[in-house]
Design a protein around this ligand. Structure first.
Ligand code: IVH
Length: 701
């Protein structure tokens, strides 16, 4: 074996390359070790790899990131769990940070219901557990399926592993267990169990976990459930999915019912009658935080009455009836070693602080965001400064500002580049209508900028898009740089081209072996057909994120239909543009962005090539069974049993479009006392007119 070059004599470039290669190699061995429990090299060889890796990180601290193998354990497992579609989506929560925001949340709920400050309105308040959520489906009291949250719509089947968690009953107790009940909650690891596990890892020469949450996630997502069984996982039940019959009228009552079924529930859940009670409980939990046996990162408030929860419904992926009140972010100081400019998918230049690694709230941080040019100038952050940073939950750590006493002599104000570091094109700040410059400076290189192209590809393969296992950011960088993948369609011709090429086989690239290449090809093949919403999301159309992609998918049902309308929508006065605009939640800005995307010939070429390889699966409209699905409804006059906002949300939930004015396209007018000209117009056009009571009887019979 060639003697390795001493770490001290590596150039930064060599160090970066070797660090990446070793990282991949270690990841591969970790996978063998942790997921299959079948190491392929000796412990001594493994240790040697890690020592070299760590020596490089010590000499080149800039290479340390949160993803660094020295910080992580047990690679994310690949293609090994079957997917489970959640019958009721698993939602996330909106966050608030200050007491005033909690007040504002309660007021918002009251406004939505049109309740005065005097009407009693109870909430539950309970700790927000820092673990990973899981849905447990019981049929006739027996645990049938356990699934992770995944993207909220589809998770991974971890039933076998969950069955090894002692706290989770295999069958529910009691006489009132419903036929079907999906109990949801958090899988977590206690702090003392986490410390003991890490000690065990160290004594066995294995790497340690960064925090209890990572340990819980890594332990649950094991191929071999024997390993999960050896890990001390626990569970708190706090929510539910599908349930047959009604178990209780309140949030509190539901959780009590789960407790009677034998589920572990959190003893710190309280029912609060006022905002003051909620905040008092929040601060009481905050005071106990350090001494609690498990990690928490805030308190969750939920409207207690389930009928009200139902009325309040959801906005995008979060309920209107619940919110997470997070604990204040944790802070630390460290040295700003450099500012790196990253070029995003849309060309925005984002400054990233490269920091001397520091532990903040149990996690090692070596990168933080500086947001944009103005922020750097406003904070006057300079390279070499000691800076204050903060980290809250999962958000990217931020640089708050410099510690001026510690500024080194000669530190110069940072000059933001006016050229793209990736392609050299000018980077400009666009002005809006009023002449105000955009916060982001953008590369003008467009299609010639390799950084933008690469980011678009990463986005295309990301979790909520094509989600191709084994084709992560690093692999895309390699394939792009080698010229193997330039546009999305190339991903799907990779295997064919690899076969045809006598010399440059993928398996010969460092870091890819025969097995990983064949797995990659299989993962790519598995995505030749994808759900329509993922396909639309993957295109990276401006303003079309997950929610809007789903809206378009549901509206059009198939991609060709969407494409035809979107092309025709180029003319702002067209019917097609009006159709886009009328989709619930889609406004002018989004409709224009979609029309622009399809009007660009290059995008059409990319799409044509892609559609040769991939079939977007048609999607059924979700609420087609509702009596008002697809109808355009106008509410006019006073509503007495619900607020305007609630009426609109309810109609939209059932698939109707709500419009503010009556036209020939209106299908239904719901008129209350005091209705005026809209009612006249409805009569003139011969449109069906009903009362609020009729409406309620129709939609919620
Ligand atoms: S309720 C419909 N309650 O927080 C609302 N979530 O940010 C469903 N979490 O994905 C969530 N403790 O993993 C709820 N007491 C609690 C929680 C909790 C932790 C997690 C959960 C969820 C995430 C949302």
């Amino acid at each position: 074996m060639k003697k390795p070059q001493p770490v001290e004599s590596l150039t930064p470039l060599e160090a970066r390359a070797e660090h990446a290669r070793l990282g991949d190699e270690i990841a591969e061995h970790d996978k063998h070790y942790y997921t299959a429990d079948a190491p392929v090299i000796s412990d001594a060889d493994y240790d040697a790899l890690r020592q070299r890796y760590e020596a490089i990180e010590k000499a080149f601290p800039i290479l340390v990131t949160a993803q660094s193998r020295s910080k992580l354990v047990g690679a994310a497992p690949s293609e090994k769990f079957a997917k489970v579609r959640h019958r009721v989506p698993m939602l996330s929560l909106g966050n608030v940070f200050a007491d005033e925001d909690a007040h504002e949340f309660v007021e918002r709920v009251r406004r939505f219901l049109d309740w005065s400050a005097q009407t009693p309105l109870a909430f539950t308040a309970e700790p927000k557990i820092d673990g990973l959520s899981c849905s447990l489906r019981y049929e006739k009291g027996e645990l049938i399926v356990a699934a992770t949250r995944g993207d909220g719509e589809e998770g991974e089947d971890v039933t076998k592993n969950v069955r090894t968690i002692k706290e989770i009953p295999h069958h529910l107790h009691g006489a009132h267990v419903p036929d079907v009940v999906e109990i949801r909650g958090e899988i977590y690891m206690r702090k003392d169990d986490f410390a003991a596990l890490n000690e065990r890892q160290i004594s066995e020469g294995k790497p340690v976990f960064a925090n209890p949450r990572n340990a819980a996630a890594g332990s649950l997502r094991q191929l071999d459930s024997q390993i999960t069984a050896s890990r001390p996982l626990r569970f708190f039940a706090y929510a539910w999915g599908e349930v047959s019959g009604r178990l209780a009228d309140t949030q509190f009552g539901m959780v009590e019912a789960f407790k009677h079924f034998g589920m572990p529930t959190n003893a710190l859940m309280r029912r609060c009658e006022t905002v003051e009670d909620m905040l008092a409980h929040y601060h009481a939990i905050e005071d106990q935080r350090a001494s609690l046996p498990y990690d928490i990162d805030g308190v969750v408030y939920k409207v207690d009455d389930l009928t009200l929860q139902q009325r309040l419904g959801f906005v995008s992926r979060s309920p209107r009836w619940a919110v997470a009140h997070k604990f204040p972010a944790e802070q630390a100081t460290t040295i700003l070693r450099d500012i790196e400019i990253q070029v995003g998918r849309t060309g925005a230049l984002t400054p990233v602080a490269k920091l001397e690694p520091v532990t903040v709230g149990g996690v090692v941080v070596s990168n933080a965001t500086l947001h944009n040019e103005d922020e750097i100038a406003r904070k006057d952050v300079r390279i070499g400064d000691t800076v204050r940073i903060q980290r809250a939950g999962d958000v990217i750590p931020q640089v708050l500002g410099p510690v001026l006493d510690k500024r080194p002599a000669g530190a110069k104000p940072y000059v933001f580049p006016d050229h793209c570091p990736a392609c050299g094109s000018a980077a400009l700040r666009e002005l809006d209508d009023k002449g105000v410059p955009d916060a982001a400076r953008r590369c003008t290189g467009g299609l010639i900028c390799p950084a933008q192209a690469m980011e678009r590809l990463k986005y295309f393969c990301s979790r909520n898009a094509f989600d191709i296992e084994g084709l992560g950011d690093r692999q895309i960088e390699i394939f792009y740089t080698m010229g193997l993948i330039k546009s999305p369609a190339d991903i799907f011709t990779l295997a064919e081209r690899d076969q045809a090429s006598p010399l440059k086989k993928l398996k010969n690239i460092e870091g890819f072996g025969e097995t990983s290449v064949s797995k990659l090809f299989a993962a790519i093949d598995a995505r030749r057909s994808v759900p329509l919403n993922r396909f639309i999301f993957a295109l990276g159309i401006r303003h079309v994120g997950e929610t809007n992609a789903r809206r378009f998918a549901r509206h059009f049902g198939d991609f060709n239909h969407m494409r035809t309308i979107a092309r025709a929508a180029k003319d702002p006065e067209s019917e097609a543009r009006a159709e886009l605009n009328a989709i619930e939640g889609v406004g002018d800005v989004v409709a224009e962005a979609v029309a622009d995307f399809f009007a660009e010939p290059h995008n059409e070429d990319v799409l044509d090539a892609l559609l040769q390889q991939v079939t977007p699966e048609p999607m059924e409209a979700v609420v087609s069974s509702s009596p008002v699905a697809g109808k355009t409804v106008v509410f006019t006059g006073a509503l007495e049993r619900m607020t305007r906002e609630e009426a609109k949300a309810q109609a939209e939930r059932l698939g109707a479009k709500v419009s503010g004015s009556v036209s020939k396209k209106t299908d239904l007018v719901v008129a209350g006392p005091g209705a005026g000209s809209k009612l006249d117009k409805a009569r003139e056009f011969n449109i069906e007119i009903i009362s609020e009571d009729d409406w309620l009887a129709r939609v919620a019979p």
